[in-house]
Design a protein around this ligand. Sequence first.
Ligand code: ASP
Length: 332
Amino acid sequence: MKKNILLIATGGTIASKKTEEGLAPQITSEELLGYVPEIKEFCNVDTLQLLNIDSTNIQPEYWILMAEAIEKNYEKYDGFVISHGTDTMSYTSAALSYFIQNLDKPVIVTGAQKPINVDITDAKKNLLDSFRFAAEKDVCGVYLVFDGKAIVGTRARKVKSKSYSAFESINFPVAAIIDDNRITKYIRNEKFTEGVKFYKNIFPSIFLLKLVPGMEPDVLDYIGEKYEGVVIESYGVGGIPFLDKRNFLEKLDSLTENGKIIIIATQVMFEGSDMGIYEVGIKALNKLNVLQAYDMTIEAVITKLMWIMAQTKDFNEVKKLFYTRINEDSLY
Ligand code: ASP
């Protein structure tokens, strides 16, 4: 029997046309589907136009809109494909992994580097692959499908701004390869018995600070006034500068004293943090009430904090939830 899949369109290059002011989303969800008629050969599709924006304009509240659209239609469909701009797609795939948990159906996020209405484009393949993966048996959870790869939602990262091979799976195997109608799965889906859970509250007040040599620590005074959670992209396996006039430890200490949540991550894309190795890491761990990101992506760290801090701001509670593994987001 054919599966019923809902296409939720949100915009992005895949749906863009040339305008006098540059490429902008214009193509509707129905039109998108019209470019790939093969999809209707193996599944029944309805469409929903939720947004039509460049994903640069994505707001955290829109992730809740997406989750709500899925919740409303959850019983009616066997799976969901969300078409989306590539620029913030890995934030969306991570966010949906936290805001919709224990999924027993697939939610596939996809997009393209070229619009669907041009002659040479990756859009048709990505859309077709996404529907194939959504219609495959025993697939559940949030995935980003792009260039023949299905990447677990919490592990995706945009690594190329122009090429078709734009996304990588970070610190985790690619979940499946989709080659026409041959799907090779490399990981087995967890089976959830608790039932799907949708979360409605999001806490967007999270700042990401990328350290560079020479940065003045008092930048944290301003950040502390405006934000409740701060993710620090430090260097290597993770460390905080403390030398001479640029001592970040003191400033971070006063932020945590004021109840701010600090997560130390790394600017290095692969292999994650391991702060127990160097003095610069150990000093921070010993002196401060901070957490480290280990092998999680920055996108997952930020959206997970947005999910957690909507529920609690208590450090120990945050810690417990942050180190609870959700949709394969960490191996630690
Ligand atoms: N700027 C576009 C967007 O993110 C890029 C794309 O879709 O590839 O919406």
